[in-house]
Design a protein. Structure first.
Length: 360
């Protein structure tokens, strides 16, 4: 493994997965998506929350991992009572893992949205009592999506607590026609990105980010934004002609506005500089953070892209020191309330980073 070298000062990674033994029953979908030998090694690493994981972090210069149980977790459990019990057990387990190395680990809460009222109660407990720093939802819950009315109170609770919602991929509830004969397209190769981007757009198009109680809600998407930031102008132009008039849907702003105000993007599993720069341009320099998707992805190539400053030789462009530090640890530390996360002094903070204005 490579030795850490040079900048950045710290590296905090935010889509890093674990597996408590009592959630193993929900892994059939993951096993079906992935090569058997690859999955066997990944499952070994998922179960490790001690020496091996910390040694890998040290070897690659990773300061902190923000942990979450691997997909799909309890969201495919049809029994609401069982799911609720497992959510509490998962959060208790994860809080113990974080307590075992509090300077190296933080954690995202698990909630059982099969019972939305219970999910709200567990969210308050996980954040307020256990000290978890956000909540991660693995896509749909038994085929239902977060824009549906029964989840309004849950979204309001997330916003009220001031923590982010990480919207993580999972298999779609039904196989789309375009996957017929190509089951590999349902999983992480392609289908996960389509499913997760569509889930975020459901929230956006339903007006969640216009409602007073959820206007400040931050949703995190991994994998450089699940493809949403490649062409925001296309979303804006097609929204205007295909939705506002024809279907009677209304938003206070064009879709690209919400990509800059309610979306936070991580680089999990992505080493392509153009995807990184699209995220910076579309979401903002202060709303992008590095993530590794460990152990589903190897640490080395992704951290090499970070340390290479996401350079594009053809454009003679690369991240400057300020942007590098923001993406490596500062942005996510500020979002999650991790310490140390010193604020940028107002007297020295630049008005723009790599030519992109910084919002105050």
């Amino acid at each position: 493994m490579p030795e850490p070298c040079g900048r950045p000062e710290r590296i905090v990674t935010v889509e890093e997965h674990v597996l408590p033994d009592f959630l193993s029953e929900y892994l059939d979908g993951a096993r079906n998506n992935l090569d058997a030998a690859y999955w066997a090694e990944a499952e070994h690493r998922l179960r490790d929350v001690g020496h091996e994981r910390l040694a890998a972090m040290d070897a690659h210069g990773v300061t902190v991992q923000v942990l979450s149980p691997t997909a799909p977790g309890i969201q495919v459990e049809p029994d609401p009572a069982k799911a609720t019990r497992l959510a509490a057990r998962t959060n208790d387990w994860l809080a113990e893992v974080v307590a075992s190395a509090p300077d190296r680990f933080a954690g995202f809460a698990t909630v059982a949205l099969q019972n939305p009222a219970a999910a709200v109660r567990e969210l308050h407990r996980a954040i307020g009592e256990l000290g978890l720093v956000g909540v991660l939802v693995n896509g749909h819950t038994c085929g239902s999506y977060l824009d549906e009315p029964q989840y309004q109170e849950f979204l309001e609770a997330v916003a009220e607590l001031g923590v982010p919602l990480y919207l993580h991929p999972a298999n779609a509830p039904d196989a789309a026609a375009w996957t017929a004969g190509h089951p590999q397209l349902r999983g992480p190769l392609f289908g996960w990105g389509v499913e997760t981007a569509a889930h975020f757009l459901r929230l956006l198009c339903s007006g969640v980010f216009d409602r007073p109680a959820t206007r400040e809600l931050t949703v995190i998407l991994g994998h450089a934004g699940e493809g949403l930031l490649a062409a925001p102008s296309r979303l804006d132009s097609r929204w205007q002609v295909a939705n506002a008039q024809r279907h009677g849907l209304r938003l206070d702003h064009p879709p690209s506005h919400y990509l800059r105000t309610n979306l936070f993007v991580t680089t999990s599993g992505v080493t392509d500089p153009p995807a990184f720069w699209a995220a910076i341009a579309g979401a903002g320099a202060e709303r992008v953070a590095v993530a590794l998707d460990y152990p589903m992805e190897e640490m080395g190539p992704q951290l090499a892209a970070l340390r290479a400053r996401w350079r594009v030789d053809e454009l003679d462009a690369g991240a400057d020191d300020e942007l590098l530090e923001r993406v490596a640890w500062r942005n996510i530390s500020e979002l999650l309330g991790l310490t140390p996360a010193p604020a940028i002094p107002a007297t020295s903070a630049p008005a723009a980073i790599n030519g992109i204005p910084v919002r105050r």
